[in-house]
Ligand binder design. Structure first.
Ligand code: 6CS
Length: 354
């Protein structure tokens, strides 16, 4: 889709959303202070999710809403739109670019399509095995300032990078080696780096929107998929799969994003409020995602019929080796900036691992 057709499709959605976000303003000229206060409607910021109610993204958005309402004395209402109400991940990103919504999630596995630099966060065996280290790396200002240019080139403003849990492979067999992946039809998100990553294991990757994964499994159009455990549970993927294999090869990472123009036009005090709430939520959401993933794994195991397998270090090493050349593909797409991002991530991991 070109920029202009993207704009048009975003505009159509914007009308559906009621772009002004407010009705006819009352005539305020003759009002007393009390009347003015009563007539004052809260400002609405629309926050779109790529996940359904009860997900990690929903937990983030609901808490963000609560904290913004508190910090603004009720003047700002964040309206949360769960997955399904505004379209696919790419459509949500278009709405943010067009200014039809103010805030949203954009996972690296989809955003890598339009911001190749973000593909780094879909590379296998790149981050630390320690989630606390990853959380610090992802919140580091040095990383954010490297990424801010590629985001603003696409009319987006990066607020936060959130890890949502280890990606787990689901299938009807254990996936313990690249041989097990031979011709395995695995659904991936749309990022080219993800597609290359699974080709490197010998698999047959099939990028599709999130909403089509369950039917794809049910109809046998795909053999498996990859997602964090909380998502495998809440989207019922486990019902169609016998085995979950954990290689701790990749964290699911999503960006919390604002429209670039909108963010920059905010009054300074509101921008500071957003940044403060964002900073204060880094630890909170990480604890939540860990809890969500642990509880949902238990739910899957309690339901019966799905086995959970963790790869040994030796098995992980084989995948680590097989994934190495994909970094060159990432660098071909991103050049010096990509190299800087990879170098910085490696340096930050070393720094925070201590
Ligand atoms: O697999 C996907 O496409 C999706 N997975 C998660 C956990 N969140 C949103 C994303 O679009």
């Amino acid at each position: 889709m070109t920029r202009s057709t993207r704009w048009l499709s975003g505009l159509t959605m914007a009308f559906a959303l009621g772009m002004t976000g407010c009705g006819d303003s009352p005539d305020t000229a003759d009002m007393t202070d009390e009347e003015l206060a009563a007539a004052r409607e809260p400002t609405t910021w629309r926050f779109a999710l790529e996940e359904v109610d009860g997900s990690v993204q929903d937990a983030y958005a609901q808490e963000f809403k609560r904290r913004i309402a508190e910090a603004s004395d009720g003047d700002i209402n964040v309206e949360v739109y769960p997955y399904g109400s505004l379209g696919t991940s790419s459509q949500i990103t278009e709405l943010l670019q067009n200014g039809a919504i103010e805030l949203g999630f954009a996972s690296a596995g989809h955003l890598g399509d339009i911001i190749p630099e973000v593909g780094a966060f879909t590379l296998h065996f790149l981050l630390s095995e320690d989630e606390e280290v990853n959380r610090q790396v992802l919140a580091d200002e040095r990383l954010h300032s490297l990424l801010s240019g590629p985001f603003s080139d696409e009319d987006l403003h990066l607020l936060s990078m959130v890890q949502e849990g280890w990606m787990v492979w689901s299938g009807n067999k254990e996936l313990r080696s690249p041989e097990d992946f031979k011709d395995f039809r695995i659904r991936t998100m749309t990022s080219p780096i993800l597609v290359e990553s699974y080709k490197a294991y010998g698999a047959n990757p099939t990028p599709t929107p999130y909403s089509e994964v369950y039917s794809g499994l049910q109809l046998g159009q795909i053999d498996g998929q990859v997602n964090p455990i909380f998502a495998i549970e809440e989207m019922s993927f486990y019902e169609e799969q016998d085995v979950l294999t954990s290689a701790r090869h990749e964290q699911f990472i999503a960006a919390v994003v604002a429209g670039h123009g909108w963010y920059n036009r905010l009054p300074q005090e509101q921008r500071d409020m957003v940044d403060q709430v964002r900073d204060d939520m880094v630890e909170w959401i990480d604890k939540e995602q860990i809890r969500y993933n642990e509880e949902r794994l238990q739910r899957i195991l309690d339901a019966g019929g799905t086995e959970y397998v963790e790869l040994t270090e030796a098995e992980r090493d084989v995948f680590r080796e097989a994934s190495r050349d994909v970094r060159n593909i990432y660098l071909e797409d991103t050049g010096d900036v990509g190299q800087e991002i990879l170098d910085l991530i490696a340096a930050l991991i070393e720094e925070y691992e201590g």
